[in-house]
Structure formats: structure tokens, C-alpha cells
Write a protein that binds this ligand. Sequence first.
Ligand SMILES: [Zn+2]
Length: 557
Amino acid sequence: MEKLFSFCKPVKRFMANLNVSKIQMATMKIFTLSFISFLLSTGIYAQPEKAIDVLHYRFQIELSDASDNISGRAELKIRFLKPTNQITLDLGSLTDGKGMTVLSITENDKVIDAIHEEGHLKLQLSENKNIDDTASFVINYKGIPVDGLIISKNKFGHRTFFADNWPNRGHNWLPCHDDPADKASVEFIVTAPQHYQVVANGIQVEETNVTSDMKLTHWKEDTPISTKIMAIGVADFAVNLAGFVDCIPVYSWVYPEERNDGFFDYAQATEILPFFISRVGPYAYKKLANVESKTIFGGLENANTIFYSEKSITGTRTNEDVIAHEIAHQWFGNMATEKSFAHIWLSEGFATYFSLLYFENKYGLDTVKQLLQKNREKTIAYSRESNHPVVDDAETDYMQLLNANSYEKGGWILHMLRRQLGDTLFWKAIRQYYATYAGKNADTDDLRKIVEKVSGRNFQTFFKQWLYEAGQPELSISWKNGNDKKLSVTVTQKQQTPFIFPLEIGLKTKSGKINIEKLDITRKEQTFSLPAREKIAGIIADPNTNLLFEIKFNSGK
Ligand SMILES: [Zn+2]
């Protein structure tokens, strides 16, 4: 995902309201009271455990122009991960007239009892399940989505419907297991007024005018994906096939009013996609659609159906970085996915850095150095307002994780890792990480183990200091020309916990030459004696932009 603005947080939308309203109590009447008291006595109201693995979702959604009410039929094929006779799904419940109302639930065609409240749907199963048993559930429901499916007007005043599920907002309109660690294949069968076109994950398998004014569109995604990147977009679109990359069709879906500019801008995807395929591994999906949308983010990496903000089209290709970022997510975040949002940098830090790697390949290293310097400034500024580490288990509002730690610092950590490994081993580690975790979930330690295996070196300290501790080195450098053709350099770390890192310094001679020396910084304060044939006029700390650090003082004579 791309933040809408560099320094601001995305517009917050309301999460499922946790209060049980009178209306919601009324809807609960469809369920038996004895089951409610049973649940209360067993304490099932606690947070749901990972008892299930959803294998497949089939969502049939009906949309209309007359109201924002949607009508849904969700079919879920579920595998059980532990013996149980009850499970919990996520589904936004009714509050103040908005939210979802469940009409009926069946398990393998048998009606079952359930409680729907506080954004959860607790199902009493027809019989005890054992590990690896499977069952199919059908849930009929309706309501006005509070969030997750944005029903509104686009910038040209036309009605549109856009899913915006990240991070766990999908359950506001879809009964699901709203957890990035549970991936499933998915089908969307959308019935909407005929003037709309519908885009969704996967490939389109049907489009039929079912009545004189309604059209059914069926999209099918066979590759398992997390709910955070499941999406439909329903609007009046102009659609263009921008080209094929390795037989993958790349489409642009934009508002008809700006089809020329939109097709021109989004066609950059055909240039970006081959870079990631060649560097990381094959593209996992059957198409790539770049879609103009009402997402609250600058861009949202929905699997093979990337949504961009309405501001993304300029006709001058000014958002190449956003397109590269979202395409990088198709590998990192979508296929190799973080185990939990605490490890979100495995999505956002990777997408940030891989966008830079694409820029380095296209525009050269000097362009990237400037971008890295900007990212370093953002990281330092953020560290002044937050002393959280990148891997942040404490944050429960996932929107707050869209910060400079996850993006800019995460990207910087990959840059430093690349410099420590060298390009050959870095790319070997990246490809190995992707090959191991594509289709699965990983955490930060899983990445460390791959890096150590590929390099044969210990990276415990590197991962610990950069990812599990807050801040970065704050350096004071003082130097003195000696009479014995030696230069004395003292490096002091001003922050509380010293870091261990290589520091490059550029020694500027009076004749204007710059010689680079590498110092191994391992302690709070160290003095180095360096050979200097000429007197030194100044020292440039990190002249090649390879270290995340802050310079507090740099002086000498
Ligand atoms: Zn992103």
C-alpha cells in the first residue's frame, strides 16, 4: 500500500462498531436463546483462536443504484485446525442501521445456530469436527457496509463501488476469516445494473445480462490470497489492454473521462513488471489490472487488481514510484505475506525498497541516493515522535503501522542488508526468501534464517538492533591531523544503546581528492588512527549513502 501523502496518515474510516445495538439484538432473534447462554457460560466471547483454515470463498454480491444495501451469499469451504464444535468468523454487525444482518446459515445444507455480534459470527457446528475435517457453509446476509466496500460517487460525480479491505476491513461486507495468515482462493459473482463494469481478483469467467437491466460478472482467483487483498471494483470504466508481459495481460481500468491520460500513465506497468519477474521470480497471477478507484490509500496492492487513488492519473507519469511499489507488493505482501501485522515491514519496507531498486535500474544510483537520503530524513523525524521498533507487537490499530518505520526504515534496512551481503548474495537471499514463502506467511526471523543460510554468516545482531530496537545511530565525529602522516578519528555514538555497523568516511584532502575509509563501529566511542599522506581538510560521513544514521557533530583540524 502506498500512503496517500508522505507525512500524513491515511484518512481513517470507521471500523466495525463494537456496541450491540437494539436493532442488532433484534436481528439476533433468529438464533436460539439456549445457544446464547451456552456461549456465555463457555466464555467464547474471548478473541477467536486460529481454529480454521478457509480454503475457498465464493461470494455472490448484488448491488443496486436504488440504495447502498447489498445482498450477499457467501459460500466458505473450511478446514478445521483443531477438534471443535464451534467456530468464529468475522462479519461486521448492525449498528445504527448500518452493517450486516445475517438471514440464514447452513453447514453442508443443514441449518445451524449462530450468534452475530461485535463483528463476529459465532457458529455452532452440527457435529464435532476433527483436525483436517472440512465443511461447507453458506451464509445469506444483507446490509449497508459501514466500511470495506466504499459505495460513493467518484470525482466525476458517478456512483461507484470499490472494495478497500486492508488491513482487516473486509469483514465489514464479507463473512470471512479476516486474518492475513489465512489465504484462500476466491470467486466474486457480482450482479449489478448493466451500465457498470466489474473488475475483481483473478480472471473473468462469465459476463451475462441476466435481466433487462442487470448484469452478472464472475471473476475467479485460484491462487490463495489473504482477505486484505481481495477486491471488487464496480464503476463505469474505460478498459485498455496495455500489453502482455510473459503472456500475462496487463490492463488499465480508468474512468472514461480521463481514458487517454489514464491509459498512458498506467501503461508504465508493462515496463515495471518485467523487472520484478527477472529479479525475484515468476509473477504468480494470471493478469494484472491497474485500476483507478476510491481507495483511501494512495494505492492498494489488491492481488493482481491494484487500486490507485483518483489522484494517481496526471497524464505525465508522475506516479511511477507508486505503480512500482504496488507491483512489488504482488511478490512481497501478496504472495510472501507477513504472519501478522507486527511484521508489516516485510510488505511495506520491501515494496518501498523494491520500488527504489527499479528506479536504480532505470535512472541510476545517483537518483536512488537522493531518494534514500529523503527516506533517511523521514525515518529520523519519525524516530523523534515514536520510540517503537519496526517490528511492533504493541500496536493494535493496524492503520498506525502505516508509518516511516514500516516503509522508509524497512526499506533502509534492506539497503544496508544489501550492502553487507553484496549484490550477488543479496539477490540470492531475496529469491530464496520468495521461493520459500510464496503462497505462505513469514515473519522477520524467517527472513533472518534465509539470509544466514545463504551467506553462512550470523545476522542476529543486525536484525535485533535494526528491527527489534527503536532509533538509529546518532554520531559525533571529531578528527585531528597528526604530524606523523596519521589522521586520528574519534566516533562517538550519542544514542543510549550502541549499534554495531560499518561506517564509511570520505577523507577530503586539501587538493580536493576524496579517499574512502571503512571503520568497524562496535562500541560507544572508538578512536581510529588512519594513514594520511596529505593533510585532511574535512570528513564526509557515509559519502555513498549506505547507512541509516544521524550526524550530530562533525569537526576537526
Ligand atoms: Zn505498500
